[in-house]
Ligand binder design. Structure first.
Ligand code: NAD
Ligand code: RM4
Length: 256
């Protein structure tokens, strides 16, 4: 029987054309949602994921916007609302992690990481919430934070604080938006193989060390994140608000 948990729901996934975002778009579409795939630069980047999601039956569109730019974000939400009819689910997935050591970290790189990962989450959440607070609507805001919100990273002194901020923002928004029937939660992936870490994990020593720490015995795949996001977007998760779901194959707890 077809999964219809999200039938009739409109969703936006930022940074949806690649990696984890792409897996989430496919997961939402497989559960019946209509999906807007956000791309930073070129909507053609979304062609493959649109082909994949359309086969699943729902409507899928591509929409361009830099999530760090308020004007572009506002235009994106207006376009998606017009095209899909409603916006019930926002997944703040867009993110960057330009690995860099601390002592020589340029101020501009720090700013860029916070602008995309944290301010982008603020801008998109605010734009979504302004629609979701309208009487009778409600909604779901889900942010793809990280295991890096819980632990440090020697080459992530810009990224980890931003990811912790993203998780913290969801907690505060859960309080503000809960009375409007909007839940705000975070998903914290562990190490998932995507373009963001391909170069970092090409170091066999690093990859091996990471693999040995993961009780599941493998690095994560984008599809591993989709199920938890669909759950948080669904009616089954109606009473989950201000929470986080760590999806890391057991990496975090494997310390001793
Ligand atoms: P990725 O590089 O494959 O995908 C990132 C996506 O974000 C791309 O589609 C990119 O175009 C988009 N993006 C970047 N800047 C943008 C902007 N300004 N506006 C709009 N879109 C923008 O990496 P990924 O691993 O799929 O990362 C997705 C999210 O998951 C990120 O927030 C990342 O921090 C988080 N995450 C990843 C891992 C991992 O191990 N891969 C672990 C934890 C959290
Ligand atoms: C994640 C986590 C992963 C890393 C990516 C880039 O949040 O820290 O281990 O590979 O970021």
């Amino acid at each position: 029987m077809a999964d219809e948990r999200l039938k009739g729901k409109g969703a936006i996934v930022t940074g949806g054309s690649r990696g984890i975002g792409r897996g989430i778009c496919v997961g939402l579409a497989a559960a019946g949602a209509d999906v807007a795939v956000n791309c930073r630069d070129n909507p053609e980047e979304a062609e493959e994921v649109i082909e994949q999601t359309q086969k699943l039956g729902g409507r899928t569109i591509a929409v361009r916007a830099n999530v760090a730019d308020r004007g572009e974000v506002e235009d994106m939400f207006a376009t998606v609302r017009g095209e899909l009819g409603s916006i019930d689910i926002l997944v703040n997935n867009a993110g960057i992690c330009p690995f860099h050591e601390f002592l020589t970290m340029p101020e501009g790189l720090w700013d860029e990481v916070q602008a995309v990962n944290l301010k982008g989450t603020f801008l998109c959440s605010q734009a979504a919430a302004r629609i979701m607070v309208e009487p009778g609507r409600g909604g779901r805001i889900i942010s793809i934070s990280s295991i890096s919100a819980l632990v440090g990273g020697g080459m992530q002194t810009h990224y980890a604080p931003g990811k912790a901020g993203q998780r913290s923002l969801m907690q505060s928004l859960a309080i503000v938006l809960g009375p409007h029937g909007i839940t705000c939660n975070s998903v914290l992936p562990g190490t998932i193989l995507t373009d963001i870490n391909a170069e970092d994990l090409s170091d066999p020593h690093k990859r091996d060390r990471m693999l040995k720490r993961i009780p599941a015995g493998r690095l994560g795949q984008p599809e591993d994140i989709a199920g938890p996001v669909v759950f948080l977007a669904s009616e089954e998760a109606r009473y989950v608000n201000g929470a986080e779901l760590l999806v890391d194959g057991g990496l975090f707890v494997n310390l001793q």
